[in-house]
Structures are given as structure tokens and as C-alpha cells.
Design a protein around this ligand. Structure first.
Ligand code: UN1
Length: 493
């Protein structure tokens, strides 16, 4: 462990243990920030911002390019640390680092494309334009399940946009954050001309996040986590007129129609429902199956579930690693018991490997056949529970699909063009992400990532998400010898 941390430039010391969900063992120690050090870091990020905003954007892109190179060179080590600290299987740990590399590439290209507009002025001899300027220091609050990639989505864009970054990672995954920060510092050293403290990490619990949310020196706060967290954080940021980018809970569904290719649908269900042990915000949680194929698909799914390789995520062949902690396991058991009370029929769901890992919380992913979309189904439980429901009518299933508080990701499996188009039409899925013949999770970085309703409305990563990290300025220049007023107003003495 120490060799791995050393290779990534992390020296661990401090009072707070960092634990691995694989077996509950301590894998390092970290020092939490206190109010004084958070204040110092916020002040330092303002100083860094003021220097960085004047560096030409393509130069800023060069720093992100160098950071991408550090990530490429250390992909295995950082991917392994993600596995150790977040418990996802190695393939997914590596995939997470690849997602960081991809966003670096995207941001480098973007650094030459922070385009504004020229707008036709109604006045003669005037030019009107819209320019995007750096917004200020950006706070990033990230969750345990994507401990480094989601930070990178935010940070790489913010950095090319001319912002400094201050990052509060989940208290469950401090080591991956410190390792990422150390790799970033290596890129800074190679770059040679970046201001100090351009990116900083603050470690701690909720109080540290609150300090960031309250501080008017941080115009943008990007937060990923539960809807409950967002409900508390959003108003605090809004009260000081800051902007928040919220990426909160999902309750992602798949509709499997009579014409679907069932082999593809089954594979997509597996990756989306049991991958990352059900702990992605894009995890498949609701499955609507047409009544004509229900008795074919659901038993086949149960059969595959019965043979799922559950175990240490470090071992080759494992597909289902541990839940992040005991509280998560207990939350899963509560949801299962509620679903049962609501008429659900449960397959799987029990604890696994308790003898081998008494302090690791492994579970058999659960399939819960539900008579209806009950209260429990409408709630996001961050664990591998797949609620399965039968449907008859397309319009009715579309309505049920959208009848949950969350709106992150969604998909349909069909070879019927009308159904596919209706699913992604204005009256179709109300989610930020809507896929056809692809599961709801594992999005590419090139698209905007986020969702509606209780998912929080924020968009991160690709498309024009970068605009959220900048401030828009409308500038009008008069190059004439007259002073005509807009709207034709006469105002002469
Ligand atoms: C998250 O779970 O917060 O689309 C992010 C996906 C990943 C990102 C998930 N690319 O599943």
C-alpha cells in the first residue's frame, strides 16, 4: 500500500484513518482541515485566480495537457487506488482514470474554443459582442463513488476557463484526492509558470463543505451527491447569489419493449444494475418489461444474477465488489424490507462473504419484482437493487417512467423506430440523459452530464457545460462620432 501511495506522491499522516471498503482495513491516515486552514486556502485560491485569469486560455490548456500526461503515466496506480478506496473493480477503477484523461483532452481542445458571439447592434457605428470571462475560484464537492473523475470533469474545464479550484472530496475517499492533487502538482512543476495554489484540496466533513457553500469568494460551487445534500447546499449558495452546479440522485430506468434484442438488453442491464455494486448515480434502478417478454427476460436475468462473481474488486473476474460501508448495507436492507411490505418479491439481496470479510459489506445484487411503482421504488437507494415492473401500454409506461422525483438517466431497448423516437421526443423521457439500445450508465464525457428535477439541473463535462465556469459579458463598442441611444430615445439638452 505504501509503495502505491509513494509512487503517486502521497505521504499519509494525520489523525483520521482512511479505510478500504474491501476489508475495512486502514490504508492510510489523513489530516482534516480546520476552519483556519480552509479560510487560508480559500484566500489563496482567490490570489491564484487573479493570476491565472490573465494567462491566455490555450496556455492554460497546456497545463491540462500536461496533467493528462501524468494521468496516462499513472493510470494503473491511480486506478488501483480508486479500487482500494472506493471498492469498484479494477476495470472500473481504470475506466475512471480514463474518464479523467478523456476530459483532459476535451478541455485542451476547448482551451482554443471558448467562443463568444458578435451580435448585430441596432445602432450605427456600434459593435456588440459577448465574451466569456473566467468566473473565479470554483469549489468542487465530490462523492465517494466517482472519487476522482467527477472532480476532473469540473476542474479541467474550470482550469482552461481561467478559474482556480478548491476541492472537498468525500470523507470516504481522501487518498485518491491527495494522489490526484499530487499528480496535478507534477504537471504544474513541468508547466513551470502556474500560480501557486491553483488547485487545492480541503479535507473534512460536512462543516468544510458548508464553509465553501457559504463563501461569497467562490462564485461557482459544483456539488455531486445525494438529493438531501443538494437540498441543503443549494439554498446556501443561492442566498449569497452564487451559482451551483448540482448533480444529485438518479432513479434511472430502462424500458424493454417487445421488439428489443434481449441479449443486448440483458448485458446492458447487468452492467448498469450491478456494475459499481449499484453505486453510480446512473445505475439502473427501475426496469419496465413488456408483459409479452417478461417471462423470458426476468427468469434469464435471475439466472445470471445467481452466478455473479462477487468478491474482492482487486481479483480478476470479480464483477461485484463491496458496498462503501455498513450504513450503505443497512440502507439496502431497509429498502428491501420496505419493498417487501409493499408487495415486492425479492431474489438476492443478502450479505455475502461475511466470513472472509467481516468488515467488508458485500451483497448479492437484488432483483425485486414489484406490483407497482411504490414509494420505495421512487426513492434512490445507493445499492444494487433492481425493481422490475411489468407493462402493457407504451403511453402508460412512459408516464410511469417519468413519475419519479429524479431525472438523471434513462433508456429504452427497442428496434421499433416509433418507440425509439417517442422515447427521446419532448413528450418522452424527462431525463438529462436518454439512450436507445444502450444502458443508462457509463456515459461518454463528450455529452453534457446531469439531469432534471431532484437531480439538480446541473450539467458537467462535455458539450457547452464549460459556460457554467465562466461569466458572460455583453460589451458594446461605439466607433462612430455620434451617441445614438438604444430604443431610439432622444435625450438632448
Ligand atoms: C456518477 O455516478 O456520479 O455515466 C458519475 C456514468 C459515469 C459517470 C457517473 N461516466 O456512469
Amino acid at each position: 500500500m505504501n509503495d502505491l501511495l509513494n509512487s503517486l506522491g502521497v505521504t499519509t499522516s494525520g489523525a483520521t484513518p482512511a479505510r478500504s471498503p474491501i476489508d475495512g482495513a486502514e490504508i492510510g491516515r489523513v489530516a482534516y482541515d480546520d476552519a483556519g486552514s480552509v479560510e487560508t486556502k480559500i484566500a489563496a485560491s482567490v490570489v491564484a485566480f487573479k493570476a491565472w485569469r490573465d494567462v491566455p486560455a490555450p496556455r492554460r490548456g497546456e497545463l491540462v495537457r500536461l496533467f493528462g500526461e501524468e494521468l496516462r503515466a499513472n493510470k494503473d496506480a491511480l486506478g488501483r487506488l480508486v479500487t482500494l478506496e472506493a471498492g469498484k473493480i479494477l476495470q472500473e477503477g481504470l475506466g475512471e482514470v480514463q474518464e479523467m484523461i478523456d476530459i483532459c483532452d476535451f478541455a485542451v481542445g476547448l482551451s482554443r474554443q471558448l467562443y463568444g458571439l458578435t451580435i448585430a447592434s441596432e445602432r450605427p457605428g456600434h459593435r456588440m459582442m459577448e465574451t466569456w470571462h473566467p468566473a473565479g475560484p470554483v469549489a468542487v464537492i465530490s462523492a465517494f463513488n466517482f472519487p476522482v473523475a467527477v472532480w476532473a470533469w469540473n476542474a479541467c474545464l474550470a482550469l482552461v476557463c481561467g478559474d482556480s479550484v478548491i476541492w472537498k472530496p468525500s470523507e470516504k475517499t481522501p487518498l485518491t484526492a491527495l494522489a490526484t492533487q499530487a499528480l496535478f502538482e507534477r504537471a504544474v512543476a513541468k508547466f513551470g509558470a502556474a500560480p501557486k495554489n491553483l488547485s487545492q484540496v480541503v479535507l473534512g466533513l460536512r462543516d468544510v463543505g458548508e464553509m465553501l457553500a457559504k463563501d461569497a469568494r467562490l462564485p461557482v460551487v459544483s456539488a455531486t451527491g445525494s438529493t438531501r445534500m443538494g437540498r441543503e447546499l443549494g439554498p446556501v449558495v443561492a442566498a449569497r447569489f452564487g451559482k451551483s452546479i448540482l448533480e444529485l440522485g438518479g432513479n434511472n430506468a430502462m424500458i424493454v419493449t417487445p421488439s428489443a434484442k434481449l441479449d443486448l438488453a440483458t448485458r446492458a442491464i447487468l452492467f448498469a444494475a450491478v456494475g459499481t455494486a449499484g453505486q453510480r448515480c446512473t445505475t439502473l434502478r427501475r426496469l419496465f418489461v413488456h408483459e409479452s417478454i417478461y417471462d423470458k427476460l426476468v427468469p434469464a436475468l435471475k439466472k445470471v444474477y445467481a452466478g455473479l462473481p462477487i468478491g474482492s474488486p482487486l481479483e480478476k473476474g470479480t464483477l461485484v465488489g463491496p458496498l462503501i460501508d455498513k450504513a450503505s448495507f443497512e440502507g439496502m436492507q431497509r429498502a428491501l424490507s420496505n419493498a417487501k411490505d409493499e408487495g415486492g418479491s425479492i431474489t438476492g439481496g443478502a450479505r455475502a462473504l461475511e466470513d472472509k470479510f467481516p468488515d467488508g459489506f458485500y451483497v448479492h445484487p437484488a432483483i425485486v419484482e414489484m406490483p407497482d411503482q411504490t414509494k420505495t421504488v421512487c426513492h434512490e437507494t445507493f445499492a444494487p437493487i433492481l425493481y422490475v415492473m411489468k407493462y402493457t401500454d407504451f403511453d402508460a409506461v412512459m408516464a410511469r417512467h417519468n413519475d419519479v422525483p429524479q431525472g438523471l438517466s434513462s433508456c429504452i431497448f427497442t428496434t421499433n423506430m416509433q418507440e425509439a423516437e417517442r422515447f427521446i421526443a419532448a413528450s418522452g423521457s424527462d431525463c438529462g440523459i436518454a439512450n436507445v439500445n444502450i444502458g443508462p450508465s457509463g456515459a461518454e464525457i463528450g455529452g453534457a452530464f446531469g439531469g432534471e428535477k431532484e437531480t439538480g439541473g446541473g450539467r458537467e463535462s462535455g458539450s457547452d457545460s464549460w459556460k457554467a465556469y465562466m461569466r458572460r459579458q455583453t460589451a458594446t463598442v461605439n466607433y462612430s462620432d455620434a451617441l445614438p441611444l438604444a430604443q431610439g430615445i432622444e435625450f438632448a439638452v
